[in-house]
Design a protein around this ligand. Structure first.
Ligand code: AMP
Ligand code: MN
Ligand code: MN
Ligand code: MN
Length: 289
C-alpha cells in the first residue's frame, strides 16, 4: 500500500515584496495545488504575514512565518540570501531592523528612477516610487513597469539593458553582512537557512562552515535552480555538516500568462517537522535574547 505523501513549499514571494500574488492568492493557490504547508519568504519584509496566516486558517494550509534577507560580505561582492523560518515576526527589534532595510530600498528606488530618467525613460505617474502601496520595492517592480510601458520586451531584457549589475540604472542595495542577517533571524527565534546555494560561489563546503560558525542552521537543497545532481550534492553536504535541509520553488507568482511555480519543487512534509523540532530547541535555549 502506498502512503500518501504531503508536500510543502517553503520559498514563496507575495505582492509585499516582488511577487505577483497577494498573500491570500498565494494561500488559495497553494490549497488548489494540494500543498499542506507553505512559507511566505518575502524579501526583507514580513508585512504580508498577517494576511497569509489568516488566509491559511480559511483555506486549511499551514503557513510558516518566513523571510528572505539579502546580505553581502563586502561592497561589490555577490549577494547572499538568508532565509529565516519560524521567526517571531511581530518582534519589535526584528521589525526595527527590517525598517532600516525598507527605507534603504525606498531611497535606492528613487535613485533607480532618476537613473532611468537620465536614459530617457519616464515612469512618472506609475506611483512606482512614491506610492509603493505597502510593498517592499525592488528591481523586479521596475522591470515589470519597463515591460508594461514597452521600453523592453521582457523582464530579462530589462535587467540586461538597465537594471542588472553594471547597467545604466543599476544601484547597489544597502546590505547587512551574512553574520548580521543570521543574528537578526536568531534573535527573533528563527532558523537561519542559506537560500539557493547553487547561485554564485556559495555552494562550497568552506563557506557553509564559515556560516555555521555564525549560526547558520540549514541550507535550501531543493530550489527551482537546482538540477537533481546538485540537490543530491547539497543533501549529502547537509548530512555531513549536520544542517537542516529545506526547499521551495522561489515562486514569484508568474508574470503575464506564466503559471506560478508554487508546488513544482517536491519538498516532503518531514522538512517542516524538522524545522519545528529546531524551533523548539531554540525556544528553550539561552541564545535567544
Ligand atoms: P532587488 O532585491 O531589488 O535587487 O531585486 C532582486 C530581485 O529581482 C530578485 O529577487 C529577482 O526577483 C529579480 N531579478 C534579479 N535579476 C533578475 C533577472 N535577470 N531576471 C529576472 N528577475 C531578476
Ligand atoms: Mn525576488
Ligand atoms: Mn533569493
Ligand atoms: Mn526568493
Amino acid at each position: 500500500m502506498q502512503h500518501e505523501v504531503f508536500y510543502v513549499d517553503l520559498h514563496i514571494h507575495t505582492t509585499f515584496s516582488d511577487g505577483a500574488l497577494s498573500p491570500t492568492e498565494v494561500v488559495a493557490y497553494a490549497s488548489k495545488v494540494g500543498l499542506s504547508a507553505i512559507s511566505i519568504t518575502d524579501h526583507d519584509t514580513v508585512d504580508g504575514m498577517q494576511e497569509a496566516v489568516d488566509a491559511g486558517k480559511v483555506y486549511g494550509v499551514e503557513v510558516i512565518p518566513g523571510i528572505e534577507l539579502s546580505a553581502q560580505e563586502n561592497a561589490g561582492s555577490q549577494e547572499m540570501h538568508i532565509l529565516g523560518y519560524y521567526i517571531d515576526w511581530k518582534s519589535q527589534d526584528f521589525n526595527a531592523a527590517l525598517d532600516v532595510l525598507k527605507n534603504a530600498r525606498k531611497q535606492r528606488a528613487k535613485t533607480i528612477f532618476q537613473n532611468l530618467k537620465k536614459s530617457g525613460i519616464e515612469l512618472d505617474g506609475d506611483g512606482l516610487v512614491e506610492n509603493t502601496g505597502g510593498k517592499n520595492i525592488g528591481r523586479l517592480h521596475f522591470a515589470k513597469a519597463l515591460v508594461e510601458k514597452k521600453y523592453v520586451g521582457s523582464i530579462s531584457e530589462a535587467f540586461q539593458k538597465f537594471l542588472g549589475s553594471g547597467r545604466s540604472a543599476y544601484v547597489p542595495k544597502y546590505f547587512m553582512s551574512p553574520k548580521n542577517a543570521i543574528e537578526i533571524i536568531k534573535k527573533a527565534g528563527g532558523i537561519p537557512v542559506l537560500a539557493h546555494p547553487y547561485y554564485g560561489r556559495y555552494g562550497k563546503k568552506d563557506i557553509f562552515k564559515e556560516l555555521i560558525n555564525c549560526g547558520l542552521m540549514g541550507i535550501e537543497a531543493w530550489h527551482k535552480s537546482h538540477p537533481p545532481n546538485i540537490v543530491k550534492k547539497f543533501l549529502n553536504m547537509a548530512e555531513e555538516l549536520n544542517l537542516i535541509v529545506t526547499g521551495g520553488s522561489d515562486c514569484h507568482g508568474g508574470y503575464g500568462k506564466e503559471v506560478p511555480l508554487m508546488g513544482r519543487i517536491k519538498v516532503p512534509y518531514r522538512v517542516v517537522e524538522e524545522l519545528e523540532r529546531a524551533e523548539e530547541k531554540i525556544r528553550n535555549c539561552c541564545c535567544r535574547s
